[in-house]
Design a protein around this ligand. Structure first.
Ligand SMILES: [Zn+2]
Ligand SMILES: [Zn+2]
Length: 167
């Protein structure tokens, strides 16, 4: 979804849209609601994004879907201003900054950036996910595989062998 900056009325506009954002080989069904205001050259966007993202659990490696609820607060300035002698003062330190060029601002790009920024680095399908057994690869969420009951952890076994060699 794109907006024409010169068409933003003085009182601002409220936009709501649904879109499936494509990033690399993932697609994220997304709903966004934003308030857009313009002051001279600045475009202020605030609102929220709800995105349904598919992730892979960092413990059990299973794919799962997660709903991201992202609060947006971004100030856009014309990219042309960056070139000028009079560099932009960062008066909006506390806010995210963005740049637009020409008279158009692509809200889909904004949504995409926000989703990527908010995807967890180490996603977990569940806080209590038990992961997979390092020895046999069984999903421990589905029950105990029995490896630990037989006593040894493969890493410990290797360590023991190394220690034995040294003696
Ligand atoms: Zn998991
Ligand atoms: Zn096992």
């Amino acid at each position: 979804m794109k907006i024409i900056i010169s068409e933003i009325p003085d009182e601002g506009i409220e936009v709501k849209f649904k879109e499936t954002i494509i990033s690399d080989d993932s697609s994220y069904p997304t709903q966004a609601q934003m308030r857009i205001n313009r002051t001279d050259k600045e475009v202020l966007i605030s609102g929220k994004i709800d995105a349904n993202v598919e992730l892979r659990c960092s413990r059990c490696l299973k794919d799962f879907r997660l709903m991201l609820n992202i609060a947006v607060d971004v100030v856009y300035n014309p990219v042309e201003d960056l070139k000028g002698e009079e560099k932009h003062e960062l008066k909006h330190d506390e806010l995210d900054m963005g740049f637009y060029s020409g008279d158009e601002l692509d809200l889909s790009e904004l949504v995409k950036e926000q989703i990527i920024l908010n995807i967890p680095m180490k996603p977990l399908c569940n806080e209590l996910c038990r992961g997979i057994c390092l020895k046999c690869g069984a999903d421990l969420n589905e029950g105990n595989c029995g490896c630990s009951e037989k006593g040894t952890d493969s890493r410990l076994e290797i360590l023991k062998k190394l220690l034995n060699k040294g003696v």
